[in-house]
Design a protein around this ligand. Structure first.
Ligand SMILES: NC(=O)C1=CN([C@@H]2O[C@H](COP(=O)(O)OP(=O)(O)OC[C@H]3O[C@@H](n4cnc5c(N)ncnc54)[C@H](OP(=O)(O)O)[C@@H]3O)[C@@H](O)[C@H]2O)C=CC1
Ligand SMILES: O=C1O[C@H](COP(=O)(O)O)[C@@H](O)[C@H](O)[C@H]1O
Length: 457
């Protein structure tokens, strides 16, 4: 750890991301690495004072049982600024109060974050300042290109962190270790031996009061355009020679550049649906369209599934299906690699020649390898077993890793500008087909496994 940043400024400090994810992540980081020295500044439109801000920090830190001298000093030295962060004068005042090199975290709605970046053009920026932006980065390919151009007028690429907390996950690093530190996987990690790849992120959580953002995004933009395509890029990348930022990001970008909707047919290779009233884990949920702040005319999907192809020598012809949805029966967060079945079973072996399946589970980090063995009983009869393993500590918060990257100036796990644009390019045909109503919006009961007619993956 060699920390470059002296002050972390959270713009949008009164929002959900700040209280629920950023502050607990910071608490975990500072508790486990007490040698870090940091000043924390919060800014937002709410008329809070320092006392109210300290209350918010204290309550978020308590969730992680934060303790230690750094944690105490954070509270003591932290200030809150009521500000309109789209005004240069307000931003200048905040930056003038920073100690050491600041990092600005834009925990703001995307349009406000873009306006705040525009306002930074009129501000004197301290040398070395880092800018951390949340997803969605822009609202389409062109706006992402424009936002990149604006950011690059302010700071060099190395000082921009386009946060994708799925890349902060130790699971993704575990995936690299699994693939590249074992001789048994890499030689079969290709179209010759793999039949299909699925990346599934089913949530039991529903809208959770986030209509203001979610109703204009939907599951495709919220999860597939950003997080799941990034995870797919890690699954499909060529072996990087180092884990340094350039190598890792180049390898991911090569995958994304080669990716398009399956057979170029956005209508046939995508599905969308929206939940109706139901019960999830004992919670009664209204229909999505009846949630406060939702405009039913937008036809926002809460479940999206899209199949892509990666047109490289390694992957040509292999479907990569990405799915994510809310208010589903089960929480499923897994990467499923289905291998091709054995070419031929020796005559005499009975039972199914089921393909080997490798499942990598995301948070908590686990894996299972489902294989055929000659189990107990009839030794000629094949049986299915699963070799299960837990990767290290499943308790690390993704935002702890995100914040560590920002504070240490390590952008290897954040999304590079060209990658952010590529994500929009890849999903654009699906966005258009859905917008033009060429793919019907199905429905599913909250607490179910999804629309009954959808094949289960
Ligand atoms: N919440 C989550 O689970 C996740 C969120 N994200 C991303 O994080 C970002 C923020 O999301 P979230 O926290 O949920 O959103 P919220 O709406 O909860 O918070 C946004 C905050 O920004 C403030 N704000 C808006 N406009 C201004 C302004 N002009 N000046 C100062 N403050 C302003 C809001 O204040 P006010 O309410 O007073 O307008 C609010 O405190 C989004 O890009 C989202 O996609 C990413 C991953 C997960
Ligand atoms: O970015 C987002 O991610 C969460 C899912 O991530 P998790 O780490 O909280 O499981 C998702 O619920 C949310 O809609 C999305 O904006």
């Amino acid at each position: 750890m060699s920390q470059l940043i002296g002050t972390l400024v959270i713009l949008g400090a009164s929002g959900d991301l700040s209280a629920r994810l950023l502050l607990p992540g910071l608490a975990q980081l500072l508790t486990s690495e007490p040698e870090r020295k940091l000043t924390l500044i919060g800014a937002g439109s709410e008329a809070w004072d320092d006392a109210k801000w300290h209350e918010v920090i204290t309550s978020s830190f308590a969730e992680e049982n934060a303790s230690g001298a750094t944690v105490a000093s954070i509270l003591e030295g932290s200030h809150y600024f009521q500000a309109d962060v789209t005004k240069s004068a307000d931003l200048q005042k905040i930056l003038d109060a920073c100690e050491g090199v600041p990092a600005i975290y834009f925990a703001l709605p995307p349009a406000v974050a873009a306006a705040a970046c525009a306002a930074l053009q009129e501000v004197t920026l301290p040398e070395g300042i880092s800018l951390a932006l949340e997803k969605p980065f822009g609202i389409d390919e062109q706006s992402a290109i424009d936002l990149n151009a604006l950011l690059l007028k302010l700071v060099p690429e190395e000082q921009i962190h386009r946060v994708d907390h799925f890349l902060g996950r130790s699971t993704v690093l575990n995936l690299l270790g699994l693939r590249f530190a074992n001789r048994i996987f890499e030689p079969v990690w290709n179209a010759e031996h793999i039949e299909k790849v699925e990346i599934i992120y089913d949530e039991q959580l529903a809208l959770e009061g986030r209509a203001r953002y979610y109703d204009t995004a939907g599951a495709l933009v919220d999860m597939i355009q950003s997080h799941l395509l990034q995870v797919m890029a890690v699954v499909a990348m060529e072996p990087p020679s180092t884990l340094r930022s350039h190598d890792l990001r180049d390898a991911k970008q090569l995958v994304l550049r080669a990716t398009r909707v399956w057979q170029g047919d956005a209508i046939a290779s995508s599905r969308r649906a929206r939940y109706t009233a139901g019960e999830v884990q004992g919670r009664n949920l209204p229909s999505y369209v009846d949630e406060q702040g939702v405009d039913p005319k937008r036809e926002t999907e809460t479940l999206a599934e899209v199949t892509f192809e990666v047109n490289t020598w390694r992957w040509a012809g292999i479907p990569f299906t990405l799915r994510s949805g809310k208010a589903l029966a089960e929480r499923r967060r897994e990467i499923v690699i289905t291998f091709r079945a054995a070419r031929q079973l020796p005559v005499g072996l009975k039972g199914h020649n089921d393909p080997t399946v490798l499942r990598v589970f995301l948070a908590p980090d686990q894996m299972s390898l489902e294989i055929n063995v000659n189990g107990p009983g009839d030794p000629y009869e094949l049986e299915r077993i699963s070799l299960d393993a837990h990767f290290g500590d499943g308790q690390l918060l993704a935002y702890r890793e995100v914040l560590a990257g920002i504070l240490d100036g390590d952008s290897s796990l954040s999304v590079r500008g060209d990658s952010a644009v590529e994500g929009w390019r890849i999903v654009a045909p699906v966005v258009k087909a859905w917008h033009d109503d060429e793919v019907p919006i199905d429905s599913y009961r909250a607490g179910s496994e999804g629309p009954t007619l959808w094949p289960r993956i």
